[in-house]
Ligand binder design. Structure first.
Ligand SMILES: Cc1cc2nc3c(=O)[nH]c(=O)nc-3n(C[C@H](O)[C@H](O)[C@H](O)COP(=O)(O)OP(=O)(O)OC[C@H]3O[C@@H](n4cnc5c(N)ncnc54)[C@H](O)[C@@H]3O)c2cc1C
Length: 400
């Protein structure tokens, strides 16, 4: 079996690398490393516009909505290269595949080009205080009033809601129906009256994670909806079918290079660190325990990569994509935790000190990476829930 890329694909990779070398400036990196504002700064927005002009966002989406009718493998190459420098190219997220699959013509014409050029940012409004892993228990309610819907309720962990233009929101539209069948999805402008966003600071905020921390955001949000009135045209897909649209979007969102690459970058960093450092004539690269651990991590990283490529290939060929994304969503975050743990072990006890602590190595970046690595095992579906999906959809086991 040939795992390599074609010459044409490698040429595209070279082009992307050259673009990154010329356009990913220190200003862009500084904005992205701002844990609170993340990707909302002007330099990053400008970069996103340039990436879109190159046709590198939503490559596989139809041309009529701003895409290229192109291959997911090309999209993968773009994502892979940008992920290496810590940049998401935009247009991804579970909202986009859901809009493509279930949106009205008007919604596709409005949202997809906006997601491509960065004019539109979608926050994800699924989780609630009492509905996370058990999402179907959500209580946020949308009630029909004439031609409108009126939303009341609360969402938790609405990352990016403080700068998003819209929220991709799950709400209960039929409280009497069985749990999964009374839910609908709405695409709600964030400036609609009645929406309040409050910061929810993560463990990365106090003390503040240092610049360059690879994993983990310092801010997410709570979002409150009080008599938020929206038109019927804001509904995505059919009334009371939102559960299925949302689940499909989340599943497809798990296909992509960024999730595994964040860990691969860490692996590469450790390997380079081990090669470059020398303590009184002793290199950690000579230590058999270190060599053994690095080899193990590197092999796992390659497995992550192959799992991602397999998913891309299944989706590209229109195959039945059921448990594969969930399997990746277990393997890659857990690899990330293992990688971060390994570097702190190799560096010794001082690597466990956080930013600002006397004696912390490199401003505590290794301890912050380790704490942040756990976030990716929780957001977008926790590893426990993903394991359950693999057991049911992949292995055919009964519901747990
Ligand atoms: C940094 C961060 C960003 C996030 N961003 C967003 C976002 O933008 N939008 C959004 O909607 N949500 C977001 N989330 C929420 C995330 O999807 C939920 O945290 C996740 O689904 C778990 O829900 P919970 O926190 O309510 O935990 P709970 O549902 O209370 O679960 C707690 C723990 O128990 C485990 N568990 C629960 N039920 C079972 C079971 N039946 N079997 C086995 N184990 C189980 C879970 O896996 C978890 O480990 C984010 C979360 C984090 C941490």
């Amino acid at each position: 079996m040939e795992f390599g890329f074609t010459q044409e694909q490698e040429t595209m990779r070279d082009e992307v690398r050259q673009f990154i070398a010329e356009n990913v400036t220190d200003e862009v990196i500084a904005e992205l490393e701002d844990g609170e504002e993340g990707g909302s700064g002007p330099h990053y927005k400008e970069l996103r516009r340039k990436i879109a002009e190159r046709g590198w966002v939503g490559i596989s989406w139809p041309k009529e909505y701003g895409g290229q009718d192109g291959s997911r493998i090309h999209q993968y190459i773009v994502e892979e290269e940008f992920s290496r420098v810590g940049i998401g190219v935009g247009g991804a997220g579970s909202g986009a595949p859901a809009i493509l699959a279930a949106g009205t013509e008007e919604q596709k014409q409005f949202f997809l080009p906006g997601l491509i050029n960065g004019d539109i940012d979608l926050a994800l409004g699924f989780t609630e205080p009492q509905a996370g892993a058990d999402l179907a228990g959500l209580q946020c309610q949308a009630v029909k009033d004439g031609d409108d819907w009126v939303i009341n309720g609360q969402k938790m962990f609405t990352s990016s809601a403080h700068y998003a233009t819209h929220i991709y929101l799950m709400a209960r539209t039929d409280p009497d129906a069985p749990r999964h069948r009374g839910i609908s999805i709405f695409l709600v402008p964030m400036d609609t009256p009645g929406i309040t966003v409050r910061p929810l600071w993560t463990i990365q905020n106090a003390p503040t994670a240092p610049k360059g921390t690879t994993y983990g955001m310092s801010r997410t949000n709570e979002t409150f909806f009080e008599d938020v009135r929206i038109p019927q045209s804001a509904m995505l897909g059919d009334e009371n079918r939102g559960w299925y649209v949302g689940a499909m979007g989340l599943n497809l969102d798990r296909v992509g290079a960024s999730r595994y690459l964040i860990s691969v970058r860490r692996d590469e960093d450790i390997i380079n660190w081990v090669k470059e450092n020398d303590f009184d004539g002793h290199s950690p690269a000579d230590d058999p325990a270190v060599r053994d651990k690095l080899a193990e991590l590197w092999i796992e990283a390659q497995v992550c990569r192959l799992m991602t490529m397999r998913s891309m290939s299944i989706v590209e060929q229109g195959g039945n994509f059921t448990y594969e994304g969930s399997a990746e969503k277990v393997f890659a975050p857990e690899h990330g935790v293992k990688t971060s743990e390994s570097i702190t072990q190799m560096l010794g006890p001082y690597a466990q000190l956080l930013n600002g602590s006397p004696g912390a190595i490199d401003n505590g970046i290794y301890a912050h990476n380790l704490m942040g690595a756990f976030q990716s095992g929780i957001n977008h579906g926790s590893v426990q829930v993903m394991r359950d999906q693999v057991a049911r959809r992949g292995l055919g086991l009964p519901r747990g």
